[in-house]
Design a protein around this ligand. Structure first.
Ligand code: TYC
Length: 118
């Protein structure tokens, strides 16, 4: 059995070089907007929010009511390609049902802001 001590304690007196913390890269986000109209039934709007945007019923109803009352609601924020797919899917469902319902997307200007309605 050796009584020799390790030459160095791990980490003791050593200069450890670490890379500057890598910046966390997040893709730019886009917000998907739901627009009010006078024709599309409320239930249809909620159904799209459930199916395409995977919302819970309560949130879907709140988003629909927000758009109904204020003209527009922010449905969600996604990377660009996801937002495009969701908007396309939602618009196709609306057109297939011959509803004038509109979804659009725009860059999420103030990404540091908490989520929630503008
Ligand atoms: N305003 C519609 C109505 O009264 C319902 C509706 C709500 C339509 C939200 C679109 O984004 C919308 N039937």
């Amino acid at each position: 059995m050796s009584t020799e001590r390790p030459q160095r304690e791990p980490g003791a007196g050593e200069l450890v070089l670490v890379r500057p913390r890598e910046r966390v890269r997040r893709p730019p986000l886009y917000r998907v907007l739901l627009h009010n109209d006078d024709y599309t039934p409320r239930e249809f709007v909620v159904a799209i929010l459930l199916r395409v945007f995977r919302k819970e019923v309560g949130e879907a109803q709140q988003l629909m009511l927000h758009a109904h009352r204020h003209g527009v609601a922010i449905v969600a924020r996604y990377p660009r390609e996801v937002a495009e797919l969701k908007v396309d899917d939602a618009m196709q469902a609306a057109r297939a049902a011959e509803m004038p319902l509109q979804f659009t997307m725009e860059p999420d200007e103030d990404e540091d802001d908490a989520d929630g309605q503008a």
